[in-house]
Design a protein around this ligand. Sequence first.
Ligand SMILES: [Zn+2]
Ligand SMILES: [Zn+2]
Length: 306
Amino acid sequence: MRVRVLGSAAGGGFPQWNCGCPNCAGVRAGTIRATVRTQESVAVSADGEGWVLLNVSPEIRQQVESFPGLHPRGPRHSPIDAIVLTNGDLDHTLGLLSLRESHPLVIYATERVRLGFTEGNVLYRTLERFPGQVTWRLLALGREEEIARADGAGTGLLMEAVPAPGKPPIHLEGARPPDPEDSIGLRIREVSTGRCLAYFAAAGGVTPAVLDAMAGADGVFFDGTFWASDELPALGLGSKRAEEMAHLPIGGAGGSLAALRGVRAPRRIYIHINNTNPILRDDSAERRAVDAAGWEVAQDGMEVTL
Ligand SMILES: [Zn+2]
Ligand SMILES: [Zn+2]
């Protein structure tokens, strides 16, 4: 199974357009050891020909151009066989509207995420211009199924949606009560080899279901949004703690580095990294702590073969 990181940053990217935090200012000025990143999206393939996108960031056009594996192989063609949405946040879904050039799309999502994106959204009409432009396939928690192309042919990848502690997207907060289908992780298994990827780009905690999904996986991606609970307040960037935004921080006694120390996957990778996170600095103490625990930090263009 090939896993290509198209984008590795949390919402806003790195640097973020309106942010002058030490990381954003430093990477702009070239005064810190850090690499710019686009917003989180990953492409997965069993055969290296067709690809399944996990989330579609607002930078999808640039991300497709940056990876020859996703370039068209005919006058009108895309190797993108299907798209999976793990929640309804705009950094994970907004790119769908940029894929509006009359191309059939297959989108897997929970019913909650589908409704959150389509209901009352006049811009969604751009993806309803002809019959079959979008085929929604609804994900049910805990059911393994093969990801299929628009014509029904299999992709060689089996997928199970796993509830991940989360919340509705910010623009729908208060509009509907929270629901287990607001945010999911994925366990993806390659049919031919049995190789397995556990993918949790956003998770407010580590539950038994999350640990089950990681058991025996060959590669694990996990929410690396924040290092500390009070990362934003400490920088004067708002009042919300990481957990209030449904992101378990990496560091601290209750953080993901501690909670996932029993996970033995050969590749363990933090993704969806907020621009304030000190692990973005290649020479920070926090980055050394992550390295020492055997975890990697995702970068745009990184490719992992499981
Ligand atoms: Zn996000
Ligand atoms: Zn910043």
